[in-house]
Design a protein around this ligand. Structure first.
Ligand code: ADP
Ligand code: MG
Length: 347
């Protein structure tokens, strides 16, 4: 009850906006469910480029607004700062949902990983010379931040289902990575967006299981039932581990320069499938004849007695239940070493 009163009061005092309040800037992205622009407030063009982001979304926008509202109350630091969302139906035949966030920064993890400089374009370590150790320390810090954000979402009952470098943004203000794009997310506690059949997973980062809940699970339960049942369903099906698999592939791409392009990741996925998703078997087949771009990844993960390789193995596993949870991954010895205090990414 208190939570609803709080949410209502909070909503009442937050500014609300309408279509004409925004000046459209540069287009930042276009997916199958919406278009994203950088925007500014029309009555307050504080910066030329705009300090807000607008997504004009299709009917899926309703769920994305719901997810963002929930995140801002339960685990705000996990995701980009959500400002406001509303139904815009003034001039169109079909309604659009408009979602507004604070502009967090120019670079997604995808942009940063694609650079030749990676990971030195993300962080600096004062006390270490350039080399594997230093790269490992930066990658460790990025992984810790991704897992921390995921732990926040999962503890709230939200599974993202589209974790990939393109959906992880570097927030220039907090100097941390945050998750964006909750358009495919599902909230198991209240059964919102419960495995829509038409949903297409990104095949590059998707875990092998097609459905994150057992197919025997009945369709979305009603709200009160879901609240009572879902912790059990959660334990039975480990739906959160879908995101862990995707995060494991991000770890893999950061560690292996040779797996950072789309094509090489697709090829890796094919090879891993041929090895029945046994990453140790994959290593046995590729390592003896691999070039320097792959060898460097194995060397990085083998540092400190192979603790990085150990973590990767426990995230990229066929069976969801055998993958670590975000919380357990954060407690993994790979993170025992001091990471970086803050990342120092600059344009
Ligand atoms: P979609 O993938 O559905 O097109 P996203 O929510 O992933 O939509 O946004 C598309 C792109 O817009 C992102 O990859 C990112 O570059 C940019 N973007 C989204 N939200 C923000 C934000 N809060 N701050 C800065 N850039 C953002
Ligand atoms: Mg996206």
């Amino acid at each position: 009850f208190d939570m609803f009163v709080l949410a209502f009061v909070e909503r009442l005092f937050r500014p609300s906006y309408k279509k004409d309040d925004f000046l459209l800037g540069k287009k930042l992205g276009e997916g199958s469910f919406g278009v994203v622009y950088r925007v500014s407030l029309a009555n307050k063009p504080s910066s030329k480029e705009g300090d807000l982001v607008l997504k004009k979304a299709t009917e899926y926008g309703a769920v994305e607004i719901w997810m963002n509202e929930r995140v801002r109350r339960a685990c705000a630091s996990s995701c980009a700062d959500f400002v406001y969302g509303f139904l815009e139906s003034s001039s169109k035949k079909s309604a659009e949902y408009w979602l507004i966030w604070r502009f967090e920064g120019d670079a997604t993890l995808a942009d940063l990983v694609q650079s030749r400089e990676f990971p030195y374009n993300v962080g600096e370590v004062q006390d270490l010379p350039k080399g594997l150790e230093r790269e490992n320390r930066i990658i460790q810090t990025i992984m810790r931040q991704i897992l921390f954000a995921l732990d926040g979402l999962h503890s709230t009952g939200i599974v993202h289902r589209d974790i990939k470098p393109q959906n992880i943004i570097f927030s220039e203000e907090s100097r941390t990575f945050k998750i964006i794009d909750l358009g495919a997310a599902t909230d198991l506690r209240v059964g919102i967006n419960y495995i829509p059949k038409e949903f297409l997973l990104d095949p590059r980062y998707a875990a092998p299981e097609q459905y994150i809940m057992s197919t025997q699970t009945p369709s979305a339960p009603s709200v009160p039932v879901a609240t009572a049942l879902s912790p059990v369903l959660w334990q039975l099906n480990s739906p959160d581990r879908f995101d862990i698999y995707s995060a494991g592939l991000i770890f893999l791409q950061m560690a292996f320069p040779g797996l950072r392009t789309d094509n090489s990741l697709i090829q890796f996925n094919r090879q891993l499938k041929r090895c029945d998703y046994d990453i140790v078997a994959w290593r046995k087949t590729v390592e003896p004849r691999c070039g320097p771009e792959l060898r460097r990844g194995f060397e990085l993960l083998d540092l400190d007695g192979g603790i990085g390789w150990e973590l990767l193995k426990s995230m990229v596993r066929y069976k969801a239940r055998q993958r670590l949870s975000a919380k357990a991954a954060l407690a993994h010895p790979y993170f025992d070493r001091e990471g970086l205090l803050a990342l120092s990414f600059m344009q």
